[in-house]
Write a protein that binds this ligand. Structure first.
Ligand code: FE2
Length: 317
């Protein structure tokens, strides 16, 4: 058994998550496994999930991201999914500062030797904060800059019998802060998208802000999850949801709900603003191996912690 499996078991046991029984779907996991066997869909593939990259020219960030790109290329997954916060930071910025950040990310991401599917994070929202010199009338405001560079901020694609959905988990409050929500137009789109997907097709959702997260249970406070995530779960309830991939918190957590689906918050590439670990989670990314209707995962250390310690940046914890 690999270390992550042991960590997962220990974590679920310690938090009691393994015993949580939340009614979600009527279908049982066993039925789905039988379906997979009937269909003989034991296809195997791997993909990488890199979240919270926070690219900027300072703090050796390009060096750290390049090491992650090199590690992904060494592993040769079929594709890469990112979890948002591609740049740092567009929320407070002006055009002349933000546009080069997106260009830097795009230039560096060309180094991946496989397709990349990007997700939007709060730091990628252009000029939404009060202190930004740009107005809400700017064509790149909010989602505009991200969409001009990467296309739609919510979309889906299929790979070897699995359906992947990337969601936009962000909007802006009237007092100009970001808020974690799936807006109505997107939920309508999600219904339409799922109407075209067979009920037995395994589904993976990617969202920057978590739909489920243990952060507040452990640390108090509120927020840190999409406020109307239950509306999205309701839309998904008669489908074969397998996994929700999440970013934003810069920590690593993995949970299973009711023998049905898992949620995985995938650490971060940037750690604590490129200064070291965040929440004791080492900088890294997730490699997921899919076999039939099941998956396993590993958290990959691309060597950045060792490298930054060598050049005198940050500490281990
Ligand atoms: Fe982030």
């Amino acid at each position: 058994m690999d270390k992550n499996n042991l960590d997962r078991r220990k974590f679920l046991k310690n938090t009691g998550l393994a015993a949580v029984a939340i009614p979600f779907l009527q279908n049982s996991c066993t039925e789905k496994t039988a379906t997979a066997k009937e269909k003989n869909t034991e296809e195997t593939f791997e993909f990488a999930f890199l979240t919270d990259i926070h690219i900027k020219p300072e703090m050796n960030a390009p060096q750290g991201f390049q090491m992650a790109i090199d590690k992904v290329n060494e592993l040769q997954p079929d594709f890469v999914i990112t979890g948002g916060d591609l740049v740092y930071d567009a929320m407070r910025g002006d055009f002349d500062k933000c546009e080069p950040l997106f260009n830097l990310y795009k230039e560096m991401a060309k180094g991946f030797q496989m397709p990349i599917y990007n997700c939007l994070g709060n730091h990628d929202l252009f000029a939404i904060y009060e202190e930004s010199p740009e107005s809400a009338e700017h064509p790149d405001y909010k989602y505009g800059m991200w969409e001009r560079h990467f296309g739609k901020s919510y979309y889906s694609f299929d790979h070897k019998g699995w359906h992947f959905i990337t969601l936009n988990s962000l909007d802006v409050t009237p007092n100009k802060r970001y808020k974690a929500i799936f807006h109505d137009a997107q939920l309508d789109w999600l219904k339409k998208d799922l109407a075209k997907v067979d009920k037995t097709t395994p589904i993976i959702i990617t969202t920057h802000i978590p739909m489920m997260c243990t952060y507040t249970q452990l640390n108090g406070g509120n927020g840190r999850v999409v406020e109307n995530a239950p509306d999205a779960f309701k839309i998904l309830e008669n489908h074969n949801l397998k996994l929700v991939l999440q970013g934003h918190i810069h920590w690593k957590e993995f949970g299973m709900v009711n023998d049905r689906f898992h949620f995985l918050t995938g650490g971060s590439i940037a750690g604590n603003g490129w200064k070291g670990r965040r929440h004791n989670t080492k900088e890294g990314f997730v490699k997921i191996k899919v076999t039939g209707e099941d998956f396993t995962w590993d958290y990959i250390d691309h060597g950045w912690e060792a490298e930054r310690l060598k050049i005198g940046v940050g500490t281990k914890v």
